[in-house]
Design a protein around this ligand. Sequence first.
Ligand code: HEC
Length: 164
Amino acid sequence: MRQLLVLLTIVVFVAIAFYVNQSRHRSTTLHHHASEKEAAECLTCREREAERTIEELRSVAYLEQYVEDVINHGSSQKLGFAYGDMPANMADEKAAPKIAAYVATLAGRKPTHPEWVKEGHTFYVSNCGGCHGEDGKGVHGTFPDLTRNPMLGIEHRIRKATKR
Ligand code: HEC
């Protein structure tokens, strides 16, 4: 009887631990993974990605989140550029949302926080301009054009969403 009780306690404990872990996972901020490999490893995120509507994927909020994620985690999406992958942490994490606000304006979009654009531009010039160009137009075949609307990685996601 005592053994049964111990076993039951263990089962309950494991169940609680599993539940807590799951809900913590679900409550992390909405994000996509910069690399396909990372995304494939994260089932919850994949499900969340799949639920995204085309309207959401086209929103400026999604664009800003996408740019921020690429800055912080890099990009290994095999977008077809000779340089290959973009490394992670190309700017300070605190600067990333500001840079994202500026990058949104490159494609003529209105950022969620227009007050961040000026500072974002300064960070952009020193952290991103070397590869993507000061004008954001990239280098044909080598570095992607950030003035493109939608950006390549987002366009792929929209195409996938259209098919389902
Ligand atoms: C060392 C060169 C380099 C630097 C510096 C760099 N990038 Fe990139 N970036 C790349 C390359 C190469 C890719 C394409 C990677 C791929 O195929 O996934 C890329 C991809 C991107 C994409 C995805 C483009 C798309 O069309 O989907 C965004 C957004 C981006 N970079 C933003 C930035 C920002 C913002 C900064 C500055 C904080 C920055 N990058 C700094 C090389 C760079």
